[in-house]
Design a binder for this molecule. Structure first.
Ligand code: 13P
Length: 246
């Protein structure tokens, strides 16, 4: 089995019911996308999104199955609303909410127990890249955020350099290749099917740079923020992934 190609949209805290028209357009333009498609909208839209027949994900879940955690969502509740995936450890959660690798790992275990695919995010800050710490940071986050129960079927790993998110800046192809090769090596060494885990790149992926990024070895897709909000932007990214070799 080769890693599955996945074009994933992270809508973050954007979108209302009216935004679902963009999904209608995306599905109309790409009835057979040629790769896996996933949209992770705000929790308020999960049920309606999933009803459209597109794979849908949450943007976070709690590590506990239920309880007194006002404002949080359990993995089983995401699943109940129609989600098949959940993004975990996004840098905005790590920064805004102080999430640690240990917490991300606990959430991933909860996601797996609820039958969700965990999309686990890793990424270095600009200061860490400038200090030549990128590979150590990514290896450390990967080791500590990905739980032992991970398989190619229940886990996707996304490399999202913090400084590339929403900035219009991206790493060089060589920099992306270096990190993805490291993630592939570490996963293959640790898990029986680690060679088959889909590895996404995220951070300022646009229609204009998608094909180039998808040509990089061990890039199996993208986790797209801003450009996933409009079918006219996300559609060409999906098409570029479907057309990419390997
Ligand atoms: P942008 O594509 O807007 O840079 O966001 C990337 C991201 O954070 C996806 O999770």
């Amino acid at each position: 089995m080769a890693p599955r190609k996945l074009a994933a949209g992270n809508w973050k805290m954007n979108g209302t019911l009216a935004s679902l028209a963009e999904v209608d357009r995306l599905l109309a333009d790409h009835p057979q996308p040629g790769c896996d498609l996933l949209i992770c909208p705000p929790a308020t839209l999960i049920h309606a999104m999933a009803a459209k027949g597109i794979a849908t994900g949450g943007q976070d879940c709690h590590a506990n199955a239920s309880g007194a955690h006002t404002g949080d969502i359990a993995a089983a509740q995401l699943r109940d609303a129609g989600a098949s995936h959940v993004i975990l450890g996004h840098s905005e959660r790590r920064t805004d909410h102080g999430e640690t690798d240990d917490q991300v790992r606990a959430k991933a275990i909860a996601a797996h127990e609820a039958g969700l695919v965990a999309v686990i995010c890793l990424g270095e800050t600009e200061a860490q890249r400038d200090a030549d710490q990128t590979l150590d940071v990514i290896a450390g986050q990967l080791a500590a955020s990905v739980p032992d129960c991970a398989t190619a079927a229940n886990t996707v790993v996304a490399y999202e350099p913090v400084w590339a998110i929403g900035t219009g800046r991206t790493p060089t192809n060589d920099q992306i290749a270096e990190v993805h090769a490291l993630m592939r090596d570490r996963l293959a060494a640790r898990f029986a099917d680690g060679a088959d885990v889909s590895l996404l790149y995220g951070g300022s992926v646009k229609p204009g740079n998608a094909a180039e990024i998808f040509a990089i070895p061990h890039v199996d897709g993208a986790l797209v923020g801003g450009a996933s909000l409009k079918a006219g932007d996300f559609g060409p990214i999906v098409a570029a992934l479907a057309a990419s070799g390997g």
